[in-house]
Design a protein around this ligand. Structure first.
Ligand code: NDP
Length: 332
């Protein structure tokens, strides 16, 4: 059906209208609009407008609280706890990150445990916000079994993304943000929608056989990236985002979920580290030498640089026309 050009302003206006007409108050709407606009701005297509129908499904079903008031508390000097009040994650994260950054700047390291939230977005906005404070940021979440452990044919892990951000004073931070599945679910869904195949190794069909058909993978299971090594990182994410935070493992989140098309309830693990306190003055220049060596290698590029390049463009973004029709139908 093709695409329609929308400016970032128009994308934000549309998202704002849809959220506010579907039970979200101004504060939650603002945080969600920022999440969607920054995803479209940076070309993170699977986490921008594409997610809007799912967000709205869970507001309409009453599973997610559109008027959430996240509560931030210090469990210890180094542990920030954010109870998301059963709302979407962006407002909870925005409320908690300043406390996390303050604690890490004072103590050298701090952890933030977010609970009772629904995360439906990319992780780079939160680690990038931590790096913007001159800190190293690490974040991960898990929700709903979609990925089989290496060697298995049954889903147990979520797509379990992990993000890492490294601050570079005076420059954009280096931000890694990746699912530990061979491909993020949203990308598999978009490939299915667009009638494209996916690389062999992305997932298994319902009979446990390898396939390149995304529709068959959506009936079966995804695989971790990188065989048993990616599987080990997915396991680590599951333990940090659920076991360490005190929220649901993916299997628990799925069992408790009403499957209304939006994200189940879960938590998020975030870690902030001060390189200034850990390595001492000179840490930034020392690391810049590493980046100079990196940049000198032909063919290599830093993670996050594609998104950072995309955000420089003020041009309209191309939005799938069928998706736009679905979104307009969500307006009252
Ligand atoms: P990609 O595989 O597209 O990219 C992963 C990382 O690798 C990015 O930091 C990317 O940077 C970098 N990268 C990609 N290509 C290269 C290259 N050629 N050289 C160097 N670096 C490269 O991401 P995924 O599909 O794994 O994940 C997509 C998103 O889905 C993530 O933002 C993740 O947070 C989100 N997600 C969210 C979930 C949730 O429950 N909320 C669940 C699963 C995923 P760049 O962006 O610059 O290309």
């Amino acid at each position: 059906m093709g695409t329609v050009e929308l400016s970032l302003q128009e994308i934000g206006d549309l998202a704002r209208r849809v959220f506010s007409e579907n039970g979200c108050d101004a504060e939650n709407t603002d945080a969600l609009v920022r999440t969607i606009v920054t995803a479209e701005r940076d070309g993170s297509h699977s986490h921008g407008l594409f997610r809007l129908p799912g967000y709205i499904a869970s507001l309409r079903s009453g599973k997610v609280n559109g008027n959430a008031r996240p509560k931030v508390a210090m469990k210890t000097l180094a542990i920030v706890s954010v109870d998301g009040d059963n709302g979407y994650a962006p407002l909870a994260i925005e409320r908690g990150v300043p406390a996390l950054a303050d604690a890490a700047k004072k103590l050298g390291v701090a952890v933030m445990a977010t609970t009772h939230t629904h995360h439906f977005a990319a992780l780079w906005p939160e680690t990038e916000a931590i790096a913007g404070q001159g800190l190293i940021g690490i974040a991960c979440v898990c929700y709903t079994p979609l990925v089989a452990p290496a060697g298995g044919k049954k889903s147990l892990f979520g797509t379990n993304p992990i993000s890492f951000a490294w601050p570079r004073p005076g420059r954009s931070p280096v931000v890694v943000d990746m699912a530990t599945a061979s491909m993020a679910l949203g990308e598999v869904q978009i490939a299915a929608r667009d009638g494209r195949t996916v690389p062999l190794g992305t997932g298994l069909d319902a009979n446990g056989a390898l396939t390149t058909d995304p529709n068959e993978i959506l009936k079966g299971t995804l695989l971790p990236f990188g065989g048993y090594k990616g599987s080990a990182i997915a396991l680590m994410v599951e333990l940090l985002a659920a076991g360490a935070v005190g929220e649901s493992f993916s299997f628990e989140a799925a069992e408790a979920d009403i499957k209304d098309g939006g994200p189940p309830r879960g938590g998020e693990f975030m870690l902030a580290i001060s390189p200034e306190l850990l390595a001492g003055p000179g840490w930034a220049e020392h690391s810049e030498e590493f980046f100079r060596r990196f940049d000198a290698i032909e063919g290599a590029r830093l993670p996050g640089s594609r998104r950072q390049h995309n955000r420089l463009s003020l041009a309209p973004r191309n939005i799938d026309a069928t998706l736009l029709e679905r979104i307009h139908a969500l307006c009252n």
